[in-house]
Design a binder for this molecule. Structure first.
Ligand code: ADP
Ligand code: MG
Length: 697
């Protein structure tokens, strides 16, 4: 492994020099490298092998041939360092058949490890000088003493290749250049902090990821690099937050016991233990002088709305205003309805505010929001528009924030600094992942459903049996229940997809002809949609055919059957959300997933739906099926991909990185201490625009 010392004063190959100048590259290969995202020599370090293979055995020194790439094994019998420029280090390797000179330029630290008596494997290109075999800049793996049961260092990196640059050529280029680049790698944190986490230095990690020797070193290298990446991210997030807390004043909302009692009196049920726990966390946050920034994650139907209501009423009780933002019109109305149900006996004035609220009612809402006579505003992103001027907004609740655009999220952050924020999501993710994805939020989890919920019977059925499924729907309707049919596309879409309109027409003229049936999709007028939703809620429509517009939030307890057409087209999280529309009342409910498939076996996603009912299990399964990167990418919007997204699930790495980051910020909030100079530089390079450190250094 690389030495820690002996830095070269002037590196032969500065990290920021164009890759063209790397050994063995030149203009043509540089072009090919650039096409793969490698611009500088330093980028070579980050161009990781995609896999590793066992290499072939070694060659006796005697049989070496000029220009051959070979591995030899033997004992170092002599070394010498030549210090005149360019500084050179030579070691003589001996095997039973002969001797070979190993030569390095500008890597005097090799002298520390390559001492007479050690056994190594040297891999590199062979040259003959004065009839003597030589290897220039070979890669070295240390071998165990002969006879002992050491690890055989025989893993060869396989690089992602392109048509113009084969993996083998890349490996050769790496062999030559990595050793020149390694000495320039700086450490970010003290070695003892790394070893405490059983990690190695950055320099060692980069060396090992390119030439690990054994699998266990690949692991160690990946863990170390991932840790550093997490650390940087957690630092960035932590600093932002620290800064925010220092600078932003918020209206402290102290919910005394009186207020607490009054809020609870509005609820027709007692809270679950999980809801209680989250409320304790909320009360603590809200009482602070700096803004709350909390995510509440909980499965569909776990009762997040009540928790949000508690937070909003804390603001109202303190004489301030609160707002609830929903991603869709339908959902905003749903929220308004359910909140008004709780608020029926109170004097809290609410209003709906969406793009569809127009004319006189819009004027009235705007005026009430501005003069403070309306304390609770429920709506869509229309609330974020400049025309909406709150008198004193203290609490903002955002439902399903990831459904909002980047732009809208920026407005929320920018415009409402100093406002307590509560974000809710019904697609819970594992805690460590939440830390990474929502690093700047505190995370609360409601991991329990209100009592008395019946499990939803879930079946996956090939579409060949559609008729049976609809016969079952008919039976449900005849016994007074309601149902949903969800279809992936609206209409005039890809021919093989059933459109909602067609399904609607078929049912209306067929199975459901003596029942009331409604159609709901995103291309309908908002008012029309609202009307349909209203009728379904009131029980005047028996079956609602809809697109995923009903995905979140719709709450109709009498609906007991959910049929999903082309279920194979939906994501797992989405399917789970859809299923959550039923099972909300006292009747046993069912979810039927119709799929098109050559085989009668349901695809993995549908199998997961049958197997799991909890959103947490579903999320774990989703991670397995889709992979980490995709999910993280979807949530984090605008952040570059993580190098090792799979390691986010490691139970140890991310928490360790977070802990270190917090300790660093605690001791050195602006990352100004000399021992953090490297970290600071890296933070500035990657997060410059968004970090408070930009204006200090
Ligand atoms: P979600 O977390 O999906 O937003 P909701 O807040 O819509 O869930 O709650 C789902 C249903 O459960 C609502 O009808 C709500 O009134 C009800 N509910 C919430 N909390 C409780 C509770 N502690 N006991 C009984 N019912 C509850
Ligand atoms: Mg909800």
């Amino acid at each position: 492994m690389a030495g820690e010392s002996s830095e070269v004063a002037e590196p032969l190959l500065p990290l920021d020099s164009p890759v063209q100048f790397a050994l063995g590259v030149g203009p043509k290969r540089a072009e090919a490298f650039r096409a793969m995202g490698v611009e500088t020599c330093g980028d070579l370090l980050h161009f990781f092998p995609r896999d590793y293979a066992q290499s072939q055995g070694q060659v006796p020194v005697q049989q070496l041939q000029s220009d051959q790439l070979a591995s030899i094994e033997g004992e170092i019998i002599q070394t010498r360092a030549i210090r005149r420029r360019p500084a050179r280090f030579e070691a003589l390797l001996e095997d039973p058949s002969g001797r070979c000179v190993l030569t390095w330029f500008n890597q005097m630290f090799m002298a520390e490890k390559l001492v007479p008596g050690v056994r190594v494997r040297a891999t590199g290109k062979v040259k003959f000088f004065n009839a003597r075999a030589q290897m220039l800049q070979p890669r070295i793996d240390f071998l165990a003493a002969p006879g002992s049961k050491g690890e055989t260092p025989d893993l060869k990196p396989i690089y992602p290749a392109s048509a113009d640059l084969s993996s083998r050529v890349i490996a050769l280029i790496m062999e030559k250049n990595i050793p020149l680049l390694l000495p320039q790698i700086r450490e970010w944190i003290a070695p003892e902090n790394l070893s405490a986490c059983r990690l190695i230095s950055r320099r060692q990690a980069y060396e090992l990821i390119h030439r690990p020797g054994a699998w266990k070193y690949v692991q160690r290298a990946r863990h170390t690099l991932a840790f550093h990446e997490f650390l940087l991210h957690q630092l960035a997030v932590g600093m932002k937050r620290h800064h925010q807390q220092q600078l932003q004043n918020a209206h402290p909302l102290r919910t005394d016991d009186m207020v607490d009692k009054r809020i609870r009196a509005l609820l027709p049920f007692s809270l679950t233990a999980a809801q209680e726990r989250v409320i304790v966390q909320l009360r603590h946050d809200l009482a602070a002088r700096h803004p709350m920034n909390r995510l509440v994650q909980g499965d569909v139907g776990s009762g997040k709305t009540v928790v949000a209501l508690y937070a909003m009423l804390s603001a109202v009780a303190a004489g301030a205003q609160a707002a609830l933002l929903a991603p869709t019109e339908v959902l905003a109305q749903q929220h308004l309805l359910s909140l008004e149900r709780f608020l029926g006996n109170s004097r809290v004035k609410t209003t709906l505010f969406t793009a569809a609220v127009a004319g006189a009612s819009r004027k009235k809402a705007l005026a009430g929001i501005q003069d403070g006579s309306i304390s609770l505003v429920i709506g869509t992103h229309a609330i974020l528009s400049d025309t909406v001027q709150f008198k004193n907004l203290a609490m903002l609740v955002v439902d399903e924030q990831h459904k909002f655009g980047v732009q809208q999220r920026a407005v929320m952050r920018g415009r409402y600094t100093g406002v307590h924020t509560l974000v809710m999501t019904a697609t819970p993710i594992p805690r460590t992942l939440a830390m990474a994805v929502f690093g700047d939020l505190d995370v609360s989890t409601i991991d329990e459903l209100p009592p008395g919920r019946q499990p939803i019977a879930t079946r996956a059925v090939t579409s060949a049996r559609r008729a049976e499924v609809y016969a079952y729907l008919l039976k449900q309707v005849q016994s007074g229940r309601q149902g949903y049919v969800v279809v992936p596309a609206i209409d005039e879409n890809a021919a093989e997809l059933l459109s909602a309109t067609r399904v609607f027409n078929d049912l209306r003229d067929g199975v459901m002809k003596s029942h009331r049936i409604g159609l709901l999709h995103g291309r309908m007028e908002v008012l029309e949609r609202r009307e349909i939703m209203e009728q379904f809620r009131a029980g005047r429509i028996d079956v609602l055919v809809a697109t995923t517009i009903i995905e979140v939030g719709v709450d109709v307890p009498n609906a007991t059957i959910m049929i999903i057409e082309h279920a194979e087209r939906f994501g797992l999280a989405q399917l789970h959300q859809l299923r959550g529309r039923v099972g909300r009342g006292i009747h046993q409910s069912a979810c039927i997933l119709l799929f098109d498939n050559q085989t009668p076996d349901p695809p993995p996603r549908l199998a997961a739906m049958i197997k799991y009912s909890s959103g947490f299990d579903i999320a774990q399964e989703d991670l397995k099926i889709r992979g980490m990167g995709e999910i993280v990418g979807e949530r984090q919007s605008g952040r570059p991909d993580l190098l090792f997204p799979d390691l986010l699930l490691d139970p140890f790495l991310l928490p360790a990185a977070r802990q270190q980051a917090l300790a660093i910020i605690q001791a050195d909030p602006h990352i100004l201490a000399p021992q953090h100079a490297e970290l600071r530089r890296e933070l500035a390079a990657r997060f410059q625009a968004s970090l408070p450190l930009a204006d200090v250094g």
